[in-house]
Design a protein around this ligand. Structure first.
Ligand code: SF4
Length: 499
C-alpha cells in the first residue's frame, strides 16, 4: 500500500515509525479519495465557525477550512475533530427501552415500540395527573428550527407549561441584563470588529482557551497597538499575555467595574452627550458608584488600588473600547448586576453602537443565542414574545392554529423543574440535547430526581450519563445530518447544511 495525504487522513492506517525520514510517496490519482465539500458550520460553541465537510460515498470523512467572515478559515482543536461525531462507533443508532421496570436493562427496540411505549405512558400520566406532569428540558446546540419545535412540541403537543432549556444555567444573567439595559437579549457585534478596538477589557472569560478563534481578532487589535486588559482570578493564557491583569477575587467583579466607572467619572472621561441623549438613570448610577473608591475596593477585590486606577485610565482614554464578558461574571448570584456594571461602564464611555466598541457577551453554547429566541425558555414564546403578554399569546396561538386559552402559561425554570421532579409534581420528562447529570449542580439530587420519573425519555446521539438513567432512549441526529439555521454569538444567522 502506498501512503499519501488522503489515505493517511481517510483510511484505517497504522503509521509505521520506520517510515519517518523517508521520502514521501507521490500521490497517485488512483489512490485519491473522491469527495465533495459541503459548506456548513461547527456546532461546538457559540462562534459557529464556517467549515467545509468532506463527504465521500455518502459518508463524512474529514474537514477543510472555509473562509467565512468571522473565522477566516481558522478552527480550534474541537472544530478540527468535530466531524468525527458522524461516524463515531458509539453513536446511538436505534431506540432503547428499559424492560422489566427500573431495575431492568435498556434493550434494543423498534421505533414503533419505542414511540408507542412513550405515547401510552404520557397519555396515561396526563389523564391521571394533568398536563403539567410532563416537562420538556432541552439544550440549544441544535438548529433554530429544532429549538423552535422543542418549545412548540412541549406547549402544543403535550400542552405542558414546564418547557425550559439548559441555557438557564449559563446565559440567563446576561440575557436579563441586556434586556434590562437595551430592551433586547442581544449584543450584536461582528467578531472582525474586535480588531477596530483601541482597548479590550476581557472580564470573566478565558478567551484564549475557550474562544481561540475569536482571539485572532483580539490579536489583530493588539497588532494595531490596542491595550488588552484581563480581569480574571486565574492567570489564564490571555491574562499572561495581557498589558494589564487584574486578579480579581471571585464574586467581586461588580465592585471592580463600579470602581473603574467612578474613576472614569472623576477623570472627566464620560461621553456626556452620549449619556444625555441615549441613556436614562445616569445620575442614579453616578451616585451609586461614588462609594467605590480604589482604596475601598482594593480589600474587596484583592486588586491593588493603583492597578484599578490604571485599568480605568487605559480603558477610559481609549477612543474605541470594547468589553468582552462570559460566564465568569454571569454565573453568579448577582450575575445580572455584574453584567449591568459592565454595560454602565461602556455606556458612560459612549461605546455601544460604535464600530469595534461596546460591550458584548460571549455566548458559549452552540446555538445558545438562537435557542432562547426560538421559544425554549419557560417565560418566552418564539421571537422574544412574552408568554404572559396577551397580545403575544394571541399572535403565537394563531400561528400555531390553537386557541389562546390552550396555550400554557409560564412554567418552571430548568433548575426548578428538577425540584418539581423530586417532589413528584413533574412525573416524566423529555430531555433532548442536554446531559443533566453532568451540567447541573448537586449530582446526587439530580440522579434521585431523574430516577423517580416514569418514564424519563432522552433523545441523544451518545449514551450520556442522563441517558443511562432513562426508560426510553431515542437516537437523535447530529449537526452534520441537519439542515437549518443557527444564530451565533455575533447575532449572525447562519445556514447549516446537511453533509
Ligand atoms: S471556536 Fe467553536 S465553533 Fe469554532 S471550531 Fe472551535 S468549537 Fe467550533
Amino acid at each position: 500500500m502506498t501512503v499519501n495525504r488522503d489515505t493517511f487522513m481517510v483510511r484505517d492506517f497504522n503509521y509505521d515509525l520506520q517510515m519517518a525520514g523517508r521520502q514521501p510517496v507521490q500521490w497517485l490519482e488512483s489512490e485519491r479519495a473522491a469527495y465533495d465539500l459541503v459548506p456548513t458550520h461547527c456546532c461546538f460553541c457559540g462562534v459557529q465557525c464556517g467549515m467545509n465537510i468532506r463527504v465521500s460515498e455518502g459518508r463524512v470523512v474529514g474537514v477543510e477550512p472555509r473562509d467565512f467572515p468571522h473565522n477566516r478559515g481558522a478552527l480550534c482543536p474541537k472544530g478540527v475533530v468535530a466531524y468525527q461525531q458522524a461516524d463515531h462507533p458509539e453513536r446511538l443508532l436505534y431506540p432503547l427501552l428499559r424492560r422489566g421496570g427500573k431495575e431492568g436493562r435498556l434493550e434494543r427496540a423498534s421505533w414503533d415500540d419505542a414511540l408507542d411505549y412513550v405515547a401510552e405512558r404520557w397519555q396515561r400520566l396526563q389523564a391521571e395527573h394533568g398536563k403539567d406532569s410532563i416537562a420538556v428540558y432541552s439544550g440549544s446546540s441544535m438548529t433554530n428550527e429544532k429549538c423552535y419545535l422543542a418549545g412548540k412540541f412541549g406547549r402544543v403537543a403535550l400542552g405542558t407549561r414546564h418547557v425550559d432549556y439548559n441555557g438557564r444555567l449559563c446565559m440567563s444573567a446576561a440575557a436579563g441584563a441586556y434586556t434590562k439595559a437595551f430592551g433586547i437579549d442581544r449584543s450584536p457585534l461582528p467578531l472582525p470588529d474586535y480588531a477596530l478596538a483601541d482597548c479590550i477589557l476581557a472580564i470573566g472569560t478565558n478567551l484564549g482557551e475557550c474562544f481561540p478563534v475569536a482571539m485572532q481578532w483580539v490579536w489583530q487589535a493588539r497588532d494595531r497597538g490596542a491595550t488588552f486588559i484581563v480581569v480574571d482570578p486565574r492567570e489564564t493564557p490571555a491574562a499572561r499575555t495581557a498589558d494589564l491583569w487584574l486578579p480579581v477575587r471571585p464574586g467581586t467583579d461588580a465592585a471592580l467595574l463600579n470602581c473603574m466607572l467612578r474613576q472614569v467619572i472623576h477623570d472627566g472621561l464620560v461621553d456626556e452627550a452620549y449619556v444625555r441623549d441615549r441613556t436614562t438613570g445616569w445620575e442614579a448610577v453616578k451616585a451609586a458608584v461614588e462609594a467605590y473608591t480604589p482604596e475601598r475596593v482594593e480589600p474587596i477585590t484583592g486588586v491593588p488600588a493603583e492597578r484599578l486606577v490604571t485599568a480605568a485610565r487605559l480603558y477610559g482614554r481609549a477612543a474605541t473600547s470594547l468589553i468582552l464578558h462570559a460566564r465568569g461574571i454571569e454565573h453568579s448570584t448577582h450575575g445580572v448586576n455584574n453584567c449591568l456594571a459592565a454595560i454602565n461602564l461602556a455606556l458612560a464611555r459612549g461605546q455601544p453602537g460604535r464600530p469595534g466598541g461596546g460591550v458584548t457577551m460571549l455566548t458559549g453554547q452552540g446555538n445558545g443565542q438562537g435557542g432562547r429566541e426560538m421559544g425554549q425558555k419557560a417565560n418566552q414564546l418564539p421571537g422574544y414574545r412574552g408568554i404572559s403578554n396577551p397580545e403575544d399569546r394571541r399572535h403565537v396561538a394563531a400561528v400555531w392554529g390553537i386557541d389562546e386559552a390552550e396555550l400554557p402559561g409560564e412554567g418552571a425554570a430548568a433548575p426548578e423543574i428538577i425540584g418539581l421532579m423530586a417532589r413528584g409534581e413533574v412525573r416524566s420528562c423529555l430531555v433532548l440535547c442536554s446531559n443533566l447529570m453532568v451540567s447541573l449542580p448537586d449530582n446526587g439530587f439530580v440522579r434521585r430526581a431523574l430516577s423517580g420519573l416514569e418514564p424519563l425519555v432522552v433523545i441523544d446521539f451518545f449514551m450520556s450519563e442522563t441517558a443511562e438513567l432513562a426508560d426510553a432512549v431515542l437516537p437523535g441526529t447530529v449537526w452534520l445530518e441537519d439542515e437549518g439555521t443557527t444564530t451565533n454569538l455575533e447575532g449572525r444567522v447562519i445556514k447549516i447544511n446537511k453533509a
